[in-house]
Design a protein. Structure first.
Length: 167
């Protein structure tokens, strides 16, 4: 009889994704919790954090007949197995494979880290692409304020952080 292993979806307890993943792997289960790197401002400084792509959920690779499913329910950090009509439905292999490829191949943008007021930057995208400007300040976590010299006047522009590069 062929092994019918498939991916299933688990719901974790709030903010316990890492605990559930660690405990399940410790028990010998094959799990996948896709994460991505995001930039945040913490304590006034830019930092990169690894955050779950699907907070509160992770994938587990199981054989419906051969694997013991009972310990999963009582694993610390696990809330429940996601079911439909009281039956856990497998997630298609190609979906998990594509997620794995996307997470592994996550391209990092050229780092624009720890810019200080007065630093020279170059606009990479948009209507002002390839123009040089001066960095003024961060405006939230994803936007910046820059000073652009247009027609002999300094203009303040707010734009996404992804649109600028260090000059």
């Amino acid at each position: 009889m062929a092994v019918q292993r498939a991916w299933y979806l688990l719901q974790t307890k709030p903010r316990q994704d890492a605990r559930a993943l660690e405990n399940l792997e410790f028990q010998g289960y094959d799990c996948f919790a896709p994460c991505m790197t995001v930039e945040r401002i913490r304590g006034g400084k830019r930092c990169e954090l690894l955050e779950p792509l699907f907070p509160g959920y992770l994938f587990i690779y199981l054989d419906p007949l051969a694997d013991n499913w009972r310990p999963i329910r009582s694993t610390r950090g696990v809330s429940r197995l996601v079911t439909f009509n009281d039956t856990p439905l497998p997630v298609a292999h190609n979906i998990v494979d594509q997620l794995r490829k996307r997470v592994a191949g996550e391209k990092k943008q050229p780092a624009v880290t720890l810019l200080k007021t007065g630093d020279r930057v170059r606009i990479a995208d948009g209507a002002f692409a390839e123009l040089d400007a001066l960095f003024e300040c961060y405006d939230g976590t994803e936007r910046v304020v820059i000073l652009l010299n247009l027609m002999q006047r300094t203009q303040r522009l707010v734009m996404p952080l992804a649109n600028i590069r260090q000059a």
